[in-house]
Design a binder for this molecule. Sequence first.
Ligand SMILES: O=C[C@H](O)COP(=O)(O)O
Length: 252
Amino acid sequence: MGARPALPAARLDEAGPVTTLRALVSVRNLAEARLAAQARVGFIDLKEPNDGALGGLAVAHIAQIVRALREVAPGVPISATIGDWPAHALAEIRERVRQVAACGVDHVKVGIDPASASGPEALMALVEELGRLDREGLPLVPVLIADNGVEPALLQRVCAQRFFAVMLDTADKRGGSLLQRLGAVELAGLIAQVRAHGSLIGLAGALQLCDLPALRRLAPDFAGFRSAVCVGDRREGMDARLLAQLVEVLGA
Ligand SMILES: O=C[C@H](O)COP(=O)(O)O
């Protein structure tokens, strides 16, 4: 793994998880990125919500937002997605990872979506390729699309790469949040497994403010949000009031 920016993990003590839960907030332009920075979120994530769960912004746009954000919020870690690619599109994924990393982001998010793969072998090949790129120094964060849970063998292969962080997210935002879909017990097991391999764990997937108490108990290292901070659909604009509310509840 290459040199990585420091990120304090959620702390654990004898009494159980302490609620240091950082918010990753997905934004689509500089105006939203500024709102997120002003709200002091833990991570700013660059993404085009019109183009799917991991919709990618144009590379030139990512570079422009990163430059402007570094001026106003130099300390905030920035991630960006490479867009939704089928698992077998390894050449395109490689190229796009390099382009997005070259924009100066701290983390490049790449989806691992069972629905985009012809079978488990294609997913495993993608994971191995991401591991290779990560060891070259490209700061990858794999995002396991977990609408229907996570295959144990796939998670095991992801964990074995020892990425800086691993995220779980959902593709279909209409079927309830990740917490409602998988339940706290299954999520607790997944969190423990990722942590046992030394990676940070982030949860996302249509998470709502009402999920926060359960999320705080689960205490992943960070949690990702878009739907909860938009007035209507996640493809619409971000709302400063909802953003402030989210950060306040997380920090409470
Ligand atoms: O990476 C985090 C996601 O963008 C969260 O989006 P969502 O809350 O709409 O699932």
